[in-house]
Design a protein around this ligand. Sequence first.
Ligand SMILES: [Zn+2]
Ligand SMILES: [Zn+2]
Length: 356
Amino acid sequence: MVVRFRLPSGLEIFGLPTENFYSNDWDLGPTWNYAVMADTPFLVDTGRYGQGNQLLKIMDTAGIKSSDLEFVLITHGHEDHDGGLAELVDMTSLKVKAHGIYDLLIRQYPDMAPADYKRHFPAKCWHCFMPESFYTANCLGYHRMLQHLEVAAVGSGDRLCPDIVTRHLPGHSPDSLAVILGEEAVIVGDILLPQITPWPTCLEMYEKIAGVIGPMFPEPSEILGLHRYLNSLKYLRRLGTEHPDMQVFPAHRFYYGGCWNIIDLTQRIDELIEHHVQRCSDIVDIVSKGHGKALEIVQRHFDPSLLKGPGKHMAINEILSHCELLLKWGDLKETGSRHYETSGTRRFETLIPDLD
Ligand SMILES: [Zn+2]
Ligand SMILES: [Zn+2]
């Protein structure tokens, strides 16, 4: 399927969804890649590993050749977004743009790897919490292919075209970029999705990649963690307040189960903020009843159906990212490794909504 969108200015964006099915336990829906037909036309994202050629075929049905495009921009380094990249670059002359952290993390650094079996993995896999069965089946091959790629680094405020800029909005991943198209649209990658609450990273990931990104990005809380993620959402919320008609192009669930999910930026972000307040509230309640271990919180907070397969690892990550914030604000105290007790305060209730 290809969907052509025309913005009020006349700018055309093609939605190019590619297959993205991991298992029945985890279905994000297709990855929505986009071709932005601006003065400098470009592609955003490349689908999963193995989808590069397929994406070219889909583009072909829309009458778009890779030679019509100047470059491909990667919204962030998750495999469902850059998986098709190496294949696509191999088959075309497309140049690659991504955040500077992406450029650093796709390389191998055998001497700095955190464990022997990760010596030949790029740095972006060093903090991955997925089990071996998952990464050998899904991503190992493409990580090997990406390591020699040439990447032009872009960050906040970089102009892709006169009226199109990138914004570094990390938190879901350290290298997340949004593409802001004038006052009329924003391509958000996984920063913001309909139906799904994107997972936040944990600050504790930083120590694993500090050797690689530390010299350029010395402050963990600037690129990782729930706090940074919420700040990124708040940035987009301000954008939505300034430009209420802003159209949002998400990377998953744009069309799902026979329905379009049109996003109202401020409304969806308010829902996400409320979701994280509620999750903090549940965690504090569970810990206050004496279940202070991270795994106990996971088991009590999530429905068992969400803990199947990779879901369990995502659930642990989710709980840890919230506990990090609750510790920082003093609503939890750490009594051992990943073991908490409550302090009696619930500062998160006002601090999360008040973030700017
Ligand atoms: Zn992602
Ligand atoms: Zn994704």
